[in-house]
Ligand binder design. Sequence first.
Ligand SMILES: [Fe+2]
Length: 206
Amino acid sequence: MIVIDDFIKDQKLLDDLRADSAFFENKGYMWWDGWWNSPADTVKKRLIQYIWGENSPYPRPHAAGFEYWVGVFSEGGERDELPFHFDKDEHWYKQAGEIVSPVIGTVFYPWENDIDGGYLEIYSQGRSAEPERLEPKHNRLVIFPAGHHAHRVTKVTRGIRRAIAINLWDKEPSGLAAGDLFPEKPKLTRSLDALTHIGQIIRGDE
Ligand SMILES: [Fe+2]
């Protein structure tokens, strides 16, 4: 496991992360095939490229792309904790009962978390030893084998805990073809899609 505090030094990126009010709104699992295939046209993709393309403390393994999602936990909210688990190709597990793991996992905290509880606990020495316990500190980067070390988020008893998780895959997870993961689009593209849709309705294409 690697933990780096004050990871992002690029103030513009830090400001853009904080200014993106919609950053934690989309709760789905997103997929990006990487900057070598398509542009970093969202703040989340810029964050991924900053971590894995330019400043990686870990030798970047061969990757087909990145699966990423945001986690929001709060006392009295939809979720206040996340039980112990391993990250895996969830769709494939449901289909075939077989565990396929990501190459490596990343967790990052783009906003301040003014909370009680909400620790990331990682059993890096197996379940019989004490887990490592990490505070979800702003601008802290955590890299760990999320498919092989059981981990959880402890109960949040005050405030809202926000994080983004990013997993590297050496082949596309099966959920992508099945529609469980979706390619994240920039805001402008989303607006253009909506306009095209309206145009089709006006023209009677559908
Ligand atoms: Fe996880």
